[in-house]
Design a protein around this ligand. Sequence first.
Ligand code: GZL
Length: 316
Amino acid sequence: MAVAACGSSGSESGSDGGGSGGGDDSITMGFSQVGAESGWRTANTKSVQESAAKAGITLKFSDAQQKQENQIKAIRSFVQQRVDVIAFSPVVESGWDTVLKEAQNAKIPVILTDRAVDSKDTTLYKTFLGSDFIEEGKKAGQWLVEEYKDATGTVNIVELQGTTGSAPANDRKEGFAEVIGADPKFKVIASQTGDFTRAKGKEVMEAFLKSNPDIDVLYAHNDDMGLGAIEAIEGAGKVPGQDIKIITVDAVKDGMQALADGKINFIVECSPLLGPQLMDLAKKVVKGEQVPARVVTEETTFTQEQAEQVLSTRQY
Ligand code: GZL
């Protein structure tokens, strides 16, 4: 296992599979991962690594520590190493055209996984594999509308957004706002990024609680920020799930446990288990086969009762 520390460009690991642009029939994939910011990300990394091994694909894996410049460096490194295919989860939507053009000029196909880019030139990548984040935001909003359908007064909502500029943060915010915007009783009184981490989620929720005495609902773009916020809510002497209702996205084990315990009220699932589909797509694009422009993952939602029933069977 060649583990090469790449200085500030994050850390790179993976066996030297000698991928030479498909010289032999084994495939070498360069994978640039966002980081290790959340339980979802950890599960996603595990799925990618285990699926590559199962598929016989040599994986060169780079952890960008949530920095776009590290992902750009990693992609350039994969091009120089002449990998057969590049896959990555773009930490933010913008700023990718130049490096993706370099991969295209080197005739190395690129697959977007988990998060999307806003490049106008869609020939820069072969396909996108991941969730519909706008739909996830809508599901969160729909639960809230139903939960408060008989309420007459104002419903004060605070929102913990994901990483600024990332597709999940932009789209989960958009989908949620579209649904609740239909009823003026719903008021988002504060909305700020918690960068998808527990620590930041706790810190921002503490600030929300200090400046907003009458919060009814928290909408957190992932479980980890919601779990951090729960610590802040309890620290303020309030009861999460009762004094302040909480909606999160992901459905990782710790989030589902909090849901079963009544500290979270509703979770929208976002599956991190993208590895198997990613490897299938990689084999097809390396062979030059046609693949769908977009492959959207199947996912559901969970109430507290449903969480209790499925908790023991969750894979992540
Ligand atoms: C969503 C993914 C998000 C998760 C967070 O597909 O990009 O990033 O919702 C993770 O938990 O940090």
